[in-house]
Design a protein around this ligand. Sequence first.
Ligand code: FAD
Length: 491
Amino acid sequence: MVKQIQTDVVIIGGGVIGTLAARELSRYKLDVWLVEKDAEVGWGATKANSGIVHAGFHDKPGSEKAKYCVEGNALYPELCDELDVSFEQNGILMVARSPEEIPVLEQYRAQGQKNGVPGLRIVYQDELRELEPNLSASTTAALLAPTGGTVAPFELAAAAMENAVDNGVQLLAESPVEAIQREDDGFIVMTPNGNLKTRFIVNAAGLHSDTIARLFNDTSFTITPRKGEEYLFDKSIRVVNHTIFPVPNAVSKGILVIPTSEGNVMIGPTGDNVDARDDMTTTQDGFKRIFDSVHELVPSLSPSGIITQFAGVRAASDRGDFVIDYSPVSKQIVHLAGIESPGLTAAPAIALQCAALLKEAGLDLVPDPTFCGRRRPVVRFHRLPRTEQAALIEHNPSFGKIVCRCETVTEAEIVDAIQRGARTIDGVKFRVRAGAGRCQGGFCQPLVMQILSRELGIPLTAVTKRGGGSEQVLYQAKELVGRQTRENIIS
Ligand SMILES: Cc1cc2nc3c(=O)[nH]c(=O)nc-3n(C[C@H](O)[C@H](O)[C@H](O)COP(=O)(O)OP(=O)(O)OC[C@H]3O[C@@H](n4cnc5c(N)ncnc54)[C@H](O)[C@@H]3O)c2cc1C
């Protein structure tokens, strides 16, 4: 519980938008707090999306989406290098499934060029086959966008938060903002874990950003939840090199085939308006629509290769565009709201704009000479050559203990993730992929729990999957758990 503290900026919401805004503000001599309702950052739309860094040809010229998408895309290579986040600039192909769709590719090329997307060109039969041998024989041409990429979205949010905290930002997790009180010179942001008196508020609460706005009587926008289902294949299936889009229809970019930056293939998403903002269900109907559509692009993909599925919910605003602006109630409140797709791509550019808006509203941005934007590099044991692996084990024997067999994740990597901020089973899974492979944690989850318990100094009964209420063990049989762990960790 924090007492009431005084700060310059409170960011509400720790998705990719809030965490990158926090990191951007940590460049300056400011007191910044990020308040998040979940146990860790990045568990909203940020962890449940397609992970595509869009090129920027989909959105209408002049829209906020087009502007921030193209600007954000250009910032990705350097950002992911600084934060050591998995990112691949593998390119995007928007594919014509019949000769009649080729003129539509021309339209999107022209639109992308207006938006400032570099390198767009149309590729035809032979070149297309060479780029993507597994595409359906009925595909005739494609729009190639070489600046498109894929990123590990949760990794990005966690890395941005870690770097922001290293540069002085405070994180208040498991603290839903419940009320906001207006003061003469700012606001009091109220949470069950204490209140924060602040001069400026950044509203980055995703699906709940309109609810936050209502707390200070701002009704200037409304969020409609729109669900997207995604299906993930085992790593042994690698059928495409580029991210494959169909020609879009009137309401959506269509169903995609995505080679993720972590080495899986993923297909999806659907786009369905839903009543509940927490509707994360996957459905038989969604599965069928996705497979019917994907088979027109890559016929060899079979449902038997799927290892898991999930759904994310987009925060679509009634403006049909991002809401990146001051609240009409006060210039001391900046909305970063309605950030549906391509929000992940746009996030680094939105973070810059957030700082610019706060400056214009009177916040002094004095550079902090101690700021360091480079995160301590992460060891990804399975990607290293044998000689480097052996050297690591020599130096730290827990690199020799493989905890997650599917993804080859070592005990040392899990300990490092916890030292960087992981507090839960999901926090470990999304950071280092223990439990993200073929068996989905069937083998390693008890071992991860044991390591969390040991490193955090909490009983096994207090280890949660994703925060309070998701405890996995009711009664701790100490001897049994200890023996199982010792026997199962492979040295
Ligand atoms: C299925 C799907 C596919 C997508 N694919 C792509 C893609 O390929 N490329 C792309 O660019 N974009 C994509 N997007 C969009 C992208 O995921 C979002 O634009 C982005 O994640 C939005 O980030 P955010 O920080 O605004 O929201 P979120 O990640 O939802 O974060 C909001 C945070 O606010 C917190 N919060 C809410 N209420 C409160 C409160 N009262 N107090 C404290 N905290 C609170 C939440 O817990 C959450 O952590 C996709 C989205 C979906 C759903």
